[in-house]
Design a protein around this ligand. Structure first.
Ligand SMILES: [Zn+2]
Length: 209
């Protein structure tokens, strides 16, 4: 589909269910400088949130994946019966978002970015819809004013989703094994079908470097 959506709520008919093709990632480091900071909206600390994200990612992978490596977030999404909608959006800054129980992905994003973004959005789903941890409505601007509707997450929610994504796609025990074998981050990234940057973030997050 190449039908872009304008302002206002996303039109579900502009999207197709995704069960084929490469799925995304907001590949930002989650290693926030101040781990003791308490989020004003959610009351969660960064350190506690990251820890929780790791535990949750293991639970979600065990429950919904097929057990294969590389982990395929699209299989997890399918097994979790998540609505994943994809569209060709000619905007390289846009990879995907989660809203009201649905995941939206830009099929024009690169494969590693799609994979990581889908994993990130699954994290938002688990955090909010399943665990109900987030505020029901985010603060910030009215999404209808954005060209691409995007509910703005709080920093802490995105810190959670980022860490969740890294953990989901790169199980800790396997990353530790790979690192002990002295595999470089680039090769570890290839093993888990993620970018070298993501592999490095995971290694750093596990205090292996
Ligand atoms: Zn997010």
């Amino acid at each position: 589909m190449t039908q872009p959506f304008g302002g206002g709520a996303p039109d579900p008919t502009a999207w197709t269910a995704s069960n084929a093709g490469p799925p995304v990632a907001e590949e930002r480091s989650t290693q926030a400088a101040d781990l003791t900071r308490v989020d004003a909206i959610t009351g969660r600390t960064v350190a506690g949130t990251i820890k929780q994200a790791r535990v949750d990612a293991d639970i979600v992978r065990e429950r919904f994946s097929d057990g294969c490596i590389p982990v395929r977030p699209e299989i997890i999404a399918a097994n979790a019966k998540l609505d994943v909608l994809v569209a060709d959006i000619p905007d390289e800054n846009f990879a995907g978002y989660y809203q009201d129980g649905k995941i939206y992905l830009n099929s024009l994003a690169t494969r590693p970015r799609l994979r990581m973004t889908l994993a990130h959005e699954i994290g938002h789903w688990w955090d909010s819809a399943v665990m109900g941890r987030r505020p029901a409505v985010s603060t910030g601007s009215d999404p209808s004013r954005h060209r691409y509707v995007r509910r703005s997450s709080t920093d802490i929610e995105d810190a959670y989703a980022d860490e969740f994504a890294l953990s989901l796609l790169m199980p800790e025990d396997l990353v530790r094994l790979a690192y002990e074998e002295r595999l470089p981050a680039r090769v570890i990234g290839e093993l888990f079908d993620v970018s070298t940057e993501s592999a490095r973030n995971r290694i750093i997050g596990l205090d292996l470097i």
